[in-house]
Design a protein around this ligand. Structure first.
Ligand SMILES: C[S@@+](CC[C@H](N)C(=O)[O-])C[C@H]1O[C@@H](n2cnc3c(N)ncnc32)[C@H](O)[C@@H]1O
Length: 299
């Protein structure tokens, strides 16, 4: 099991929200309204590898007045954290929070968001949690900062499952490997190669697609008769984001060191030089929708 701490997810959330490709998100808004049968109709959304709910916090304010989300993650502690964080976030957005059975309901003047939380190991089955008893298929399956963990084979099976349901697919902040640290350092190339070797390790889904994930997703959806649009969503981290840069540098150095491909002194010299660095970290956002000639899933 890969472990992600709530602290790390909180540290990266503002950079993630700022990096999302706005025009692609606007495209999603229009296509989702159509997919759901009208802008005012309920929009059913499944979020994969939801963590503490960052994707919902960034996406829900753009979407329609009635939303029903299902947040899936294998880590029950993160799902508990998500419930508390989303109730608090709803309050900041002027939405009252109450429980309805196991669901959290956020209700404000402009929208009502019903949120279900489900512990699910997606590695075992890409379709797990896509369907819920008594509910129709989701209109949208989404994820943020998730797909670089999965394998090429998993992506192919996943795209087939989404296409079977005719749902939209939208994922943001998938690492694309286009990272650059400033100022440059003699060990940048070696560190990058070792880091990428670490990224390709099995994260529970088979050999991880890492920086290839977004391209593999686009190709897999195209094979299913979907149209795709991919855009860049890099982090551009300046001196005002020193805590995130420091955590990122430590994580990168730690992962590179674990591969055993580099001398310890090389890794620590690189890390030391990164104390006052800035960086660009490449990500991709991807939207995939059924080709217009394909019938949409029903309401
Ligand atoms: C980088 S975090 C992103 C979390 C969140 N989407 C965000 O943007 O903050 C990746 C998430 O995938 C989840 N994850 C990893 N492997 C999983 C699996 N096999 N099944 C379900 N979730 C998994 C982790 O628990 C973690 O919450």
């Amino acid at each position: 099991m890969t472990g992600f701490s709530a602290q790390w997810l909180a540290l990266r959330e503002p950079a993630d929200t700022a990096a999302r490709h706005a025009a692609l998100a606007a495209d999603l808004v229009l296509r989702l309204a159509r997919q759901a049968g009208g802008a005012d109709r309920e929009q059913r959304i499944v979020d994969l590898g939801a963590g503490t709910g960052s994707n919902l916090r960034a996406t829900a304010p753009l979407l329609g007045p009635r939303q029903s989300w299902r947040l899936l993650d294998h880590d029950p502690a993160l799902l508990e954290e998500a419930r508390a964080a989303l109730a608090a976030w709803g309050g900041e957005q002027g939405m009252a929070a109450h429980a309805a059975g196991a669901r959290l309901i956020l209700k404000g003047p402009e929208r009502r968001i019903a949120i279900a939380f489900a512990q699910a190991d997606l590695a075992a089955d890409p379709a797990i949690g896509l369907d819920s008893i008594g509910e129709d298929a989701p209109h949208l399956v989404t994820a943020s900062a998730f797909f670089d963990l999965v394998s090429a084979d998993w992506i192919a099976r996943f795209a087939a499952q989404i296409a079977q349901r005719g749902a939209l697919f939208y994922t943001v902040l998938t690492c694309d490997g286009r990272d650059a640290w400033h100022p440059g350092h003699a060990a940048d190339g070696e560190i990058a190669r070792a880091f990428q070797a670490h990224q390709a390790r099995d994260k529970g889904f088979g050999p991880a697609a890492g920086p290839q994930a977004s391209t593999l997703l686009a190709e897999a959806f195209q094979r299913q008769g979907y149209c795709t649009r991919e855009e860049s969503s890099p982090w551009r981290l300046g001196p005002d984001q020193a805590p995130l840069i420091a955590a990122l540098a430590e994580g990168t150095a730690g992962a590179a060191a674990q591969t055993g491909l580099l001398a310890e002194e090389t890794v620590s010299a690189w890390l030391n030089a990164r104390r006052h660095a800035t960086c660009d970290i490449g990500h991709a956002d991807l939207l995939a929708w059924p080709h217009p000639a394909r019938p949409l899933s029903s309401g």
